[in-house]
Write a protein that binds this ligand. Sequence first.
Ligand code: P6P
Length: 335
Amino acid sequence: MNINRSILTLDEFTIQQLRDFPQATGELSSLLRDIGLASKRVNVEVNKAGLVDILGDAGTINVQGEDVKKLDVYANNQFWGVLKHGISCAGIGSEEMDDFVIFDDAVSMNSKYVVLFDPLDGSGNIDVNVSIGTIFSVFRRVSPLGTPCTVEDFLQPGHKQVAAGYVIYGSSTMLVYATKRGVNGFTLDPSIGEFTLSHPNIQCPPTGKIYSVNHGNFFQYDLPVREYITACQKKNKSTGGPYTQRYIGSMVADVHRNLIKGGIFMYPGTTDKPAGKLRLMYECNPFAFIVEKAGGVATDGRQRILDIMPESLHQRTPLFIGSKLMMEELDSYRK
Ligand code: P6P
């Protein structure tokens, strides 16, 4: 009997990957399924955020100095819970928590991975019903199994990531993750409550017509960035300009669109904030890993994002990420 397996769920896909690589222990597959479960729980609350008293500020201020909204806290706790009670994670780092958290039970201390995440990025958009997202990054720990995880397990350069991904809570809910084997996208099918493989082997188009940047900071960007942005607005037979400017103000939504359609997303440093706004460990590193695995490029304006040696959990970096040829065009303004 020919069993139809054209539409694999996330669980079936990760288990299939396990069958294809028998030497794998299954911990990473299990970790990705745990993240999928937490995402489904967050999705339920995000979808009804406008209906219950979960909106509004939780009254606390997070380490970024931003008002924390209740949904942020709820999302943070969902990922914390599944990762702590799974079999794959020795500890977590989160945008919502000042320091990393060690899982000190025996099973967790014997787990191979640590996870960094932004539980609900773009949370300022929650109240106005704009797409928001979760971003996660997975490292193999460098400290000995059987001992508590250490800060060195988290502060690894991005090219050491084992997996990275994001969930976008938008017109549909999608989970996209990358491993060394490639980038795959799963769309939540509410009829069965499962993420189903909808975007196998995602490739970032080598060029595109979309540039994403906050024009309000234009005069604070350095000259090469200002010259490139200006060029994006001009007719140009060789590059197909003028381009279209699209900027939602929610990183997951902006980068996801450019990953699928082609484009460039920029959050440059400014005169006020030379390091930019976006965080390296749980925003820029995961997206840089994903976009590079899909054939794109990600830099801080000088070096690969994935080559940056981290110094602290919440450090920021300028970010330029997207289609290879558009990134090369941007670089030509720096030379
Ligand atoms: P700005 C959301 O707060 C966020 O961290 C990213 O999701 C988004 O890309 C960026 O900030 C938007 O920042 O300064 O342009 O409003």
